[in-house]
Design a protein around this ligand. Structure first.
Ligand SMILES: NC(=O)c1ccc[n+]([C@@H]2O[C@H](COP(=O)([O-])OP(=O)(O)OC[C@H]3O[C@@H](n4cnc5c(N)ncnc54)[C@H](OP(=O)(O)O)[C@@H]3O)[C@@H](O)[C@H]2O)c1
Length: 248
C-alpha cells in the first residue's frame, strides 16, 4: 500500500486553515509527513497546544502556530499579514474551517439559526480564499474540504442549513478556481470519512490518514493536472491513484 514518502512537499511552506479541527488535524499531519513546514491559524491557543500534543514533539518541530480569526474580514486581513511575515513562498494551502450543524428542524430553528450557519460555515471559506490565494506560489494549490450533505439525496430534516453551505461552498470554490485559471490550482474535496476528536470513527469508509495522504498528494507536483474539480473522495483506490500521480 502506498503512503507519503516525505518528498512530496519537502522543504515547502504550507498552511492548514482549520488545522486544529477533526479533519484539519489529519491534514496537518499529512503535510508534515510529506516533508512540509505547516502553518496553522486558530482562534484558540488551547486548541493549538492540543494539536501540538497530538502530533508529538518530532512532527511538531515543523509546526508554526498563528493566533487569528479567519472568519471576519478584519481577522482574515490580520492572518494574511501574519502569513506575509512568516513566509515569502507559500506553496500549498488546505482549508477545513467549519463544523457540522444539525437541529431537529431547520424550519423550526428559524432564520437566526440559518443565518448563523451561513455566516460561520460559508463566510470563512470566502475570507480564507480571499486572504490566502494572493499569497500562494503560482505553481501551488489550494484545497478545501467539504461534506456530502449538500449533494445527492434531499437533506435529512434539520440538516438543510449545512446542506446549503456545502452546495454553496462547492460553487464558491469552483468560482475561485475559474478566476485563478490554475495558477494556483484550486479544488474542493467532498470527503466521505467520519472523523472525530479521537481520530477516525468506526465504520468510516476512509481513515483520516488516507484523507491526509490524498490532500497532500493533490497539493504536490504529483497531481499537478488536477484543477477546478469538485472531487468526491470515497474510496481507498482514489488515494492510491493520487499518491501514484495518476488521479487526474
Ligand atoms: N468530521 C468529519 O467527519 C467530516 C466529514 C465530512 C466533511 N467534513 C467537513 O470538514 C470540515 C471540517 O469539519 P471538522 O469536523 O474538522 O470540524 P471541527 O472539528 O469543528 O473543526 C473546524 C475548524 O475550523 C476552524 N474555524 C472555524 N471558524 C474559524 C474561524 N472563524 N477562524 C479560524 N478558524 C476557524 C476551527 O479552528 P479554531 O476553533 O481553532 O479557531 C476548527 O479547527 C467541515 O466543512 C465539515 O463539513 C467533516
Amino acid at each position: 500500500m502506498l503512503t507519503l514518502t516525505g518528498e512530496e512537499l519537502a522543504g515547502r511552506d504550507t498552511l492548514v486553515v482549520g488545522g486544529t479541527g477533526n479533519v484539519g488535524t489529519f491534514l496537518v499531519d499529512a503535510f508534515l509527513r510529506a516533508g512540509a513546514r505547516v502553518i496553522v491559524p486558530s482562534r484558540s491557543p488551547e486548541k493549538l497546544e492540543r494539536l501540538r500534543h497530538r502530533l508529538g514533539p518530532k512532527k511538531a518541530e515543523h509546526l508554526v502556530e498563528l493566533t487569528g480569526n479567519i472568519g471576519t474580514p478584519e481577522g482574515a486581513a490580520d492572518v494574511q499579514q501574519q502569513l506575509r511575515d512568516l513566509t515569502d513562498d507559500l506553496y500549498a494551502a488546505a482549508a477545513a474551517p467549519a463544523s457540522w450543524h444539525q437541529t431537529s428542524s431547520m424550519f423550526r430553528a428559524g432564520f437566526a439559526d440559518f443565518q448563523n450557519v451561513i455566516e460561520t460555515r460559508l463566510y470563512p471559506h470566502y475570507l480564507a480564499a480571499e486572504a490566502v490565494l494572493p499569497l500562494l506560489n503560482q505553481e501551488g494549490s489550494y484545497t478545501t474540504i467539504n461534506g456530502p450533505a449538500g449533494f445527492g439525496r434531499a437533506p435529512m430534516p434539520g440538516t438543510g442549513s449545512i446542506a446549503v453551505v456545502a452546495a454553496a461552498q462547492a460553487k464558491l470554490i469552483e468560482a475561485f478556481a475559474v478566476e485563478t485559471g490554475g495558477r494556483p490550482r484550486v479544488n474542493d474535496v467532498i470527503m466521505m470519512a467520519f472523523l472525530g476528536p479521537q481520530g477516525t470513527r468506526p465504520g468510516s469508509p476512509l481513515t483520516g490518514e488516507q484523507v491526509g495522504d490524498f490532500v497532500a498528494s493533490l497539493a504536490s507536483s504529483a497531481d499537478q493536472g488536477v484543477h477546478q474539480q469538485t472531487i468526491y473522495l470515497h474510496e481507498p483506490r482514489q488515494v492510491e491513484d493520487a499518491l501514484a500521480g495518476t488521479f487526474a
